[in-house]
Design a protein around this ligand. Structure first.
Ligand code: AKG
Length: 250
């Protein structure tokens, strides 16, 4: 069934997120899962003692190379239409990475992922400038440490949103997404990672979409190899114009 773009965009504005079930082909996700396993293994070997997202939880930039780069993810009509509706047609992608809790991970502090656009006016309500597009590489059960989100909390100053969550007025909802499902969220909407109690890593990919006029500093980001850039569609080249490129295959 065709996705109602207007409805999904409205959900992002009101709830802070929307889910597109079965959006990406399972075969493309399975290929990612397989390709990511050695990347995770090598990363954990090096960083086991200093995980960057809390105990046994790792944020790892993803390579812009097949199968982790796929036009199924970056040239998807529905995702692009929803992001365009919310951010404007000149939005750009400036980040591609993964979040992976392992066995031993714990509840994260409830948080948003971006700072205030206008710090001098912390109560100012404004539409999103950035959206995060997430997709898991496995079927996420309650035991795998699902992402939990507090619906609508992007509409309150953080202290007020936290008070409402603590008072039980706004629940933290675990998102039990399957491989192929896509989450598009306003990163200001409060959320947390939960403990993965299994021996199966729970990788979730994320790419960030931002308004055309925005520019951010990035410390950890992989460049697009020239051979991948050459093969991108014109629409992808436009979307990925803010990403660094490298002229040698890695
Ligand atoms: O992957 C998750 O479940 C949440 C990760 C997260 O929000 C973070 O590390 O900032």
């Amino acid at each position: 069934m065709a996705v109602d773009i207007q409805e999904k965009a409205e959900q992002i504005l009101v709830d802070g997120f929307c889910i597109l079930p079965d959006q990406f082909p399972i075969s493309a996700i399975e290929a990612c899962s397989e390709a990511f396993a050695p990347i995770l293994r090598d990363y954990v070997t090096e960083h086991a003692d200093n995980p960057n997202r809390g105990p046994a939880r790792h944020y790892i930039p993803l390579p812009f190379e097949p199968p982790l780069y796929s036009p199924y993810f970056f040239d998807d009509d529905t995702v692009i239409a929803i992001a365009s509706q919310v951010l404007g047609a000149d939005f750009a992608i400036d980040q591609y990475a993964s979040d992976t809790p392992l066995n031993g991970s714990v509840y994260q502090e409830i948080h948003g992922d971006v700072g205030l656009l206008f710090p001098e006016s912390p109560g100012l309500q404004h539409p999103p400038a950035i959206l995060a597009v997430n997709f898991p590489f496995i079927d996420v059960t309650p035991a795998h440490g699902p992402f939990e989100v507090a619906r609508g909390t992007h509409l309150f100053p953080k202290a007020e949103a936290l008070r409402r969550i603590e008072a039980g007025e706004i629940p933290l909802e675990p998102l039990l997404m399957n491989a192929g499902d896509v989450l598009i969220r306003d990163p200001r909407c409060l959320h947390r990672g939960t403990p993965n109690r299994t021996d199966t890593p729970r990788p979730v990919a994320v790419f960030a979409c931002l308004r055309g006029w925005m520019q951010r500093e990035h410390r950890e980001r992989n460049p697009i190899p020239e051979y991948v850039w050459t093969g991108l569609s014109e629409r992808e080249k436009q979307l990925m114009r803010k990403l660094p490129r490298c002229f040698h295959e890695s």
